[in-house]
Structure formats: C-alpha cells, structure tokens
Design a protein around this ligand. Sequence first.
Ligand code: ADP
Length: 499
Amino acid sequence: MKKKTLKTEAETQVKAPVQKRKVLLAAFEAYPFAKTGGLGDVMGSLPKFLIKEGVDARVIMPKLQVIKDEYVKKMKFICSFTVSVSWRNQYCGLYEMVHDGVRFYFVDNEYYFRREKLYGYYDDAERVAYFCNAVLRSIAYMGDFKPEIIQCNDWHTALIPVYLKELYGANPFYYDIKTIFTIHNLKFQGVFGKEIIGDVLGLYGHTAAEDSLDYEDAVNLLKGALFYTDIITTVSNTYADEIKYEFFGEGLGWVMRLRAQSLIGILNGVDYGEFDPETDPLIVRNYSLKTRREKTVNKTALQKEVGLPVREDVPVAAMVSRLSEQKGIDLLLYIADELVREDIQLIVLGTGEEKYMQGLKELEARNSSKVRAIMKFDEGLSRRIYAGADMFLMPSRFEPCGLSQIISMRYGTIPIVRETGGLKDTVISYNKYTGEGTGFSFKNYNAHELLFTTKNAAKLYREDRKAWDNIMIQAMKEDFSWTVSARKYKKLYDELARK
Ligand code: ADP
C-alpha cells in the first residue's frame, strides 16, 4: 500500500491568486489598424507577447480615419464623455475591440482624427493634447482594468506623464499610476511655439511643467515627458548609449545623461507569425530555410512585377523605407549611378521627403533598365521585395532599432547596414576568413563606404554562391522574436510597480 506523506507547512498554505500586471500602452498607431513605420509594427506585436508573459497588456489609440471599415464595424462603443483641451470641452467616444487576443481601446473624435494622414497638421499640438487627456480620462471607464503602468510611445503621448502629475495628481484614483516613456525615435520631439502652453496645453501657471517643456524658448513635448516619466526606455542598447551624446541626442543629450539611471534599452522584436516567408500570404512562393532555393521564384516574379529585366544571376539590392534624412537616402543618391554601372539592379519602395522622391525618380530615369523607384506605401509589395531581393540596404544616419533589417534577414535577404543603434545590435558583419556573419556593415556615414560595401557584397554574390548561401542560412536562423524582450519588459513592469 502507498504510504501517505504529510504535507509540509508551505504546501498547505493557500496561495493568493496571482494578479496580472495591468499595463496600458498608449500610441498613435498600431498595426493592422494604422501604421506609418516601426512604431505601428511594435504596437501591433509587443502586446501579444506581453500577454503570453502573463501581463494584462492593452492598447489605446485614436480612432483614425485610416482604420479599415472591417475593423471599425467590429468596435464596440463603451461610453462618451467630455475632455478638456485648455478652455475647450471636446467630445470623446470610447470604443473597444479584441484583435488577435489583445484588447484595443479607440478614442473617437472626428474633429481631431477624421483626417487623411496620421500626422503633419497645423494643430498637431492640440490633437495630441486632446489624445493624452482623453487617455487619462478613459482609464476611469475600463471596468476592472485600472492600469498600474501606462507605457507611452513617442512624442504624441508625451503629455500623458505631464498631465498625470500636473492635472490629475490630486485625484486619488490616479495617484499610484506609474509611467514608462518609450522613445522609438528621438528625432521627433513635438516642438511648438511657446504660446501653446496656456491656450492649447492648459498648463499656464504650472511652473514645473513650463520649465520641463521649455526648450530654447519653444515648447518641446518630448522633453517634458523625459522629466515627468518614471522610466525611459528606448528600443536598442546601442541607441540607449548613443543618445547620451550630443550627435545622437538631438539636442536632448544632456537630459539623457541627467536621467541615465532611469534609461534602459530593450531591443524591439519582430512578430514572426506576421513576417514569415513560409506562411506570408502576400508573397508569390512560400519558402523556408530548408527550401530557400525557392526564393528565386520570388526574385524573378519581383523583377517582372516592377518591370526590370528578369535575370536570376544579377544581384538585386533593395530598400523599403521612409524617405527621410535618417535613412541615409542622400548616401544612396550620391553613389547609386556608380553602383548600378556594375551589373546590379536596385529597387526602392518608399514615401517621404519630396527631394528624395524626386532624386530617386531622376535616378530611375537615368538608369531605367536597372533602377525602380516606387514612391508609395504598399505592404504587399514590401513583402515581395523582402522575399525577392538579394540584398537590403539600410545606410542609416541613426537607427533606434530598425525592423526592416530583422525582417529581411528572416526572408534570407542580406542586410547591408551602417553600424549604428539597433543595426549594430542585430547584424553580424560577414567575416571572409571564418565565413561567419548575417550581413555586411560599414562604420562611417560616408557614401563611398556604402558603395564599397555593397560592391563587395555583390561580388561575393556573383563569385561565391556557397559563401552567400551560408550567410543566408545564418541570417534566416537569427531569432529576434519578441519573447526575450517581452520578458525584459515584464521584469521592468514588476520592478516599477513595486516601487
Ligand atoms: P522606421 O520605424 O524608422 O520607419 P523600421 O525599420 O523600424 O523603420 O520599420 C519600418 C517598417 O515600415 C517596416 O515594417 C517596413 O517594411 C515598413 N515600411 C516602410 N516604408 C514602407 C513602404 N513604403 N511600404 C510598405 N512598408 C513600408
């Protein structure tokens, strides 16, 4: 007969139910509802992985005009109330929807959000002041979900930590809520004329806020957040170090140094459920590490789609990017004519600054059998480029994390990057002696270093397919999924909530 053992005291103690950490992520964009870049990707994917780690993570964003009808139809109205924007009283409708296991809240106000683009309007300061205030009001209407932490993302949400203390600080409901401010890109700070302090932000006479927001006699929303938030995070370790220096600090290097103890780098991940060549429905032929030779089918299909000569043997270099100074477009424009004098094809998909779009179009006109400049935002084509190109160019001046190089590696498209920020943290430069590496890199922001590195990569592609294939294998095997980073966020939430 089995002997009965007595339970120890610890075993008989009733365990208290584990309370899930409640975190609300506030942002202006989240994929698949709205996306202009990496921020949208991150807001669409990180919450799923936080939930897997046991965090009750939810997202709040504006109910934007760009959100497709199929999603709008699924939204449920919760309630409406008024939100003050300085002296104005504005309508706020709060909607919710569960997508892919994540609860999203949408702040509705047609006057502010029923617009063609997400950003870039004369009254952006008023739009974000409204949104930040609306987020803080909304949390009183989320049932039993009262966030312990609000994680704010980029300058559009910078007023949340400021308002939380200045306008809501005396209200016991808000007293114990902590904030994290995540910098996805320090370049964008939300700088406006001084006159908005009272009339738009409603902070006239709040001297601490006025000081924190003050920036060379203008108002800098992001600077305000950096002083008011409990913790600052950014999206790679190298960028967290770089922004303490003036060159990368965008005028706020000194604030970063001042708050260095509260500044943490956590690398962004990619949702490989979304970006996987084996299952991606937007590409022509699915392939995996094992069947990577099938990538050629995507290459020839891409050449056909964009109207370039269909040739399997010619290396195809590509770029999918916002066309801004950050992304090193000027380097590319400087050397592209010389680059395509070799047997190389170049495809650029992007939107952004007019001067770059024009420069790329002119480049295409001069080299019509080798270059395609497609000036639009097109998710499907971007996937077919990741799947069809051989090399992916990212000569960024700075790069907080960068997702494109991570996506391209998974698709076996070899990244050529400048060693900065997240590019430095994710791409291992090819070593011709050991054969190790997942891409090619260069150090200085110099057009000829880009030219030299790309030419070298193309030479290897032409002359040593075995070595190239080996780089492809190593790149495709890299794992930058969210799991590791979601755990780091969870640990950070736990530490912050206990403080
Ligand atoms: P950033 O956030 O600085 O723009 P990231 O590399 O972090 O850069 O993320 C860019 C994301 O936006 C990637 O998913 C990329 O594929 C996508 N993207 C950029 N430009 C375009 C475009 N013109 N069409 C489709 N997708 C684009």
